[in-house]
Design a protein around this ligand. Structure first.
Ligand code: ADP
Ligand code: MG
Length: 615
């Protein structure tokens, strides 16, 4: 309503308690935010242990107790004053080494709750406490506390009922508190943390020992689970004074959301779009679009290269050279994953074992599918006898064949007693089942390879390398092959003629409704040219004109691999199988296909023995 002369307008100064409540809303929007500020203060105070207690998800009660440096009575009084801090030296907001720096948290929490601070300064012979209710500070009083500081917050937001209405269920608020503390705990493995409510203690983390990297891995394992610790690769890289450390999961350990991604900048947990984008870029080659890698990354850089003062809850940061940081992340992760070589995560084996657990009753097997005389659960016998398998044209496979690493490898006779091939990480091929799975024996277990997925990956990696090295080797067809196609499909292929030639596929127009193929990529081996060209034409229909084939190499390669010699459904000789295994070992990223699915699973003898109740 517009003011009228009858209702005189008055401008008044808001009382400081009210101003503080308004400001508090920016920093403390839920119990987890108060907990974050209090725990950060404990960390800044040099604590070695921090214990958190909640009631009703933090709404009625929060306490944070630490064994840090503590505060004297005078310091307590200053600590609850707005913009009073012990952490900002001089006036340089760009040199911030502590988690806190604004001197806002304690007054903000005190403005909207009933807060009690109890503290004993290190070396002092007595403790003091101070009560703040709705922003009104009481006098300091002597108290009992052996060491450190305890901050208790009762009835959060009682002074701002509007804020109270926005709180979620107790369960949700508790989960947010747990998440907050876990994030901080990941960055500070040397500090022990507990968090409990009336019923349980969801966080119980003892201080991790050892040097920083060992301690950190132990802490990450304790927070994120053994799977992560066992199935991640260490990251350690530096560029222009920026250091990147942490752990990134093998692509086969992925999630449907970005929840498993944790980022820290100078010890501060942040959520940053740039960093999340960099992670996506680093894994773009290995994961389907709807899967996300797990990773915990720590970026440490000179304070003047990053601004942490851009967000009220300090959850976002601004880098001076964000492209450089992005590049560092992408390169470092790709490099670390390449070092992991053919490793697929052990979670895959765990899932396999789970699916092997004996069922209550034998599964019903349609009689017709199994040769008579075989009980349930036994693998069907290949229709072709092994000798016949051996005879199959080994030459088909020639382009992908690499000679065994060591002379004397008895790859020729896989049925013989333990031979050196067993010592290879992926072992010695023993059999092929269902025309797509290679079963190999390793020194301490067995490996099952999905030959189709593995081959697809190998083709992809070789294509990529060949493109980097200056061109994909081609193999001329003795008889050029004519492929008949709808006119639009022909147009699409011819529009990409030069790009396809670069990838090893040489074709030309052949009248309005056909192309003639003269050369194919040598690494495909014996190729089903018709199928390959038709598939590619379909694939091109889905790509827009502006996207280069190099950018969608994964799609092109999967079309190609599907029609190469090791496609699923093709029987392989033992030599071919062994060659494929050796090839996988020598090829980076071969533990997963282009969509993040594993290309093989490994079962250790110990796992197998457990399956049979021998352990
Ligand atoms: P900031 O952390 O930004 O300095 P806070 O309002 O969170 O602002 O805290 C104000 C000051 O109170 C801190 O600078 C610190 O000196 C002191 N303080 C807060 N919590 C603790 C604690 N747990 N132990 C020791 N000192 C503390
Ligand atoms: Mg603080």
């Amino acid at each position: 309503m517009a003011p009228t002369p009858q209702t005189p307008r008055t401008i008044r100064r808001l009382p400081p308690t009210l101003v503080n409540r308004i400001a508090a809303g920016e920093v403390i929007e839920r119990p987890a935010a108060a907990i974050k500020e209090l725990v950060e203060n404990s960390i800044d105070a040099g604590a070695t242990r921090v214990d958190i207690v909640l009631r009703d998800g933090g709404r009625t009660y929060i306490s944070v107790t630490d064994d840090g440096c503590g505060m004297s009575a005078e310091e307590l009084l200053l600590a609850v004053e707005r913009h009073a801090t012990s952490k900002l030296e001089g006036e340089d907001l760009l040199r911030i080494a502590t988690l806190g720096f604004r001197g806002e948290a304690l007054p903000s929490i005190g403005a909207v709750s009933r807060m009690t601070l109890t503290s004993r300064a290190r070396g002092a012979d007595a403790a003091w406490s101070l009560a703040v209710e709705g922003g009104v500070v009481g006098p300091p009083a002597p108290a009992a506390l052996a060491t450190g500081t305890r901050i208790e917050v009762r009835d959060l937001f009682y002074a701002t009922p509007a804020r109270l209405k926005f709180l979620k269920s107790e369960r949700t608020e508790t989960a947010a508190a747990i998440d907050t503390v876990e994030r901080l705990a990941m960055a500070y493995p040397g500090i022990s943390f507990t968090l409990s409510d009336d019923r349980r203690t969801p966080i119980r983390l003892s201080a991790a020992q050892g040097d920083l990297l060992d301690a950190r891995l132990a802490r990450l394992g304790a927070v994120l689970g053994r799977d992560f610790a066992d199935n991640s690769v260490p990251i350690d890289a530096a560029r222009e004074g920026v250091r990147l450390t942490g752990h990134a999961a093998l692509p086969t350990l992925n999630k449907p959301t970005t929840q498993g991604q944790y980022l820290f900048v100078n010890g501060r947990p942040v959520r940053d779009k740039l960093l999340l984008g960099a992670l996506r870029g680093a894994y773009a080659d290995f994961l389907a679009r709807d899967r996300h890698p797990m990773a915990v990354l720590f970026i440490d850089l000179p304070f003047e290269q990053v601004d942490v003062n851009v967000h009220p809850t300090k959850a976002e940061v601004r880098f001076r050279d964000s492209q450089m940081v992005r590049g560092l992340i992408v390169t470092a992760i790709r490099h670390a994953l390449a070092q992991a070589g053919h490793r697929a995560s052990s979670t895959v084996a765990a899932a396999t074992i789970e699916s092997f657990r004996p069922q209550a009753a034998p599964p019903a097997v349609p009689a017709a599918r199994y040769p008579t005389g075989l009980g349930w659960g036994r693998a069907p016998v290949p229709a072709t006898p092994p000798a016949r398998l051996m005879e199959e044209a080994a030459s088909w496979f020639a382009p992908l064949t690499v000679p065994s690493a060591r002379p004397g490898d008895a790859g020729e006779d896989a049925a013989a007693a333990p031979e050196p091939a067993v010592r290879h990480p992926l072992g010695a091929a023993r059999a092929q089942v269902h025309a797509n799975y290679i079963v190999a024996q390793t020194e301490d277990g067995i490996v099952i390879v999905d030959q189709h997925a593995a081959h697809e990956r190998l083709v992809y990696e070789r294509m990529k390398q060949a493109l980097i090295d200056g061109g994909v080797k081609r193999q001329g067809l003795l008889l050029p092959e004519v492929v008949e196609l709808p006119e639009q499909a022909v147009d699409r292929l011819l529009a990409r003629e030069a790009e396809l030639a670069e990838l090893g596929l040489v074709l030309e127009g052949f009248g309005p409704g056909a192309v003639v193929v003269r050369e194919v990529p040598a690494l495909l081996g014996q190729t089903d040219v018709q199928g390959l060209v038709r598939d590619l034409a379909d694939e091109l229909a889905e790509l827009d004109q502006a996207t280069s084939l190099r950018e969608r190499l994964d799609a092109v390669c999967s079309s190609m691999a599907c029609h190469g010699s090791v496609r699923s459904g093709r029987r392989l000789t033992v030599e071919e199988m062994n060659a494929l295994l050796r090839q996988m070992e020598a090829t980076p990223h071969s533990g997963q296909c282009n969509h993040g699915r594993p290309t093989y699973v490994e079962l250790k003898l110990a796992d197998i023995e457990r399956l049979f109740g021998r352990r």
